[in-house]
Design a protein around this ligand. Structure first.
Ligand SMILES: C[S@@+](CC[C@H](N)C(=O)[O-])C[C@H]1O[C@@H](n2cnc3c(N)ncnc32)[C@H](O)[C@@H]1O
Length: 136
């Protein structure tokens, strides 16, 4: 396990218990994101954390794949998805660098509160762009 994953594993329970700092801002962000999502959308979220956003968006799309490097975060996310009864949401443990896009390409890729943590944002954005369908 790499040090980043260890750091987030340790933080996961505390992160999950933290209230959203700016609820109005979060709601606005959800609303803006929804405008890009369709019922037939294939969506990828990188750095999904405890899955709160994934659980809210997944019911509006065809399939949602949520990825995070931390197993601690993903354990909480899986429980959240199960409790919410969201069935079209899968989770995968990987860093952004490790993640290999499956055969399908995505209509939308989300990375929320993640890019500032990465060393080479430009390289990651360029890779993420390769995961998108044309026009995604
Ligand atoms: C600040 S939290 C944001 C979580 C969630 N996106 C949100 O908005 O609440 C950052 C998340 O990114 C994950 N993360 C950090 N570096 C990562 C990397 N290189 N690859 C994949 N996930 C990473 C952490 O485990 C953590 O869950």
């Amino acid at each position: 396990m790499n040090t980043t994953a260890k750091f987030w594993d340790k933080l996961a329970p505390r992160y999950a218990a933290m209230p959203i700092a700016d609820e109005a801002g979060y709601q606005k962000k959800l609303e803006i994101t929804r405008q890009y999502l369709q019922p037939n959308s294939e969506v990828l979220e990188l750095g999904c954390g405890t899955g709160s956003t994934a659980v809210l968006h997944a019911p509006n799309v065809k399939h949602y794949l949520a990825v995070d490097c931390s197993s601690g975060m993903l354990d909480l996310a899986r429980t959240k998805a199960k409790d919410a009864g969201v069935g079209n949401l899968d989770f995968e443990q990987a860093t952004v660098d490790e993640f290999r896009s499956p055969e399908i390409r995505f209509d939308a890729v989300l990375a929320l509160s993640l890019l500032h943590l990465l060393e080479d944002k430009e390289a990651v954005i360029s890779r993420i762009h390769g995961f998108l369908k044309p026009g995604g």
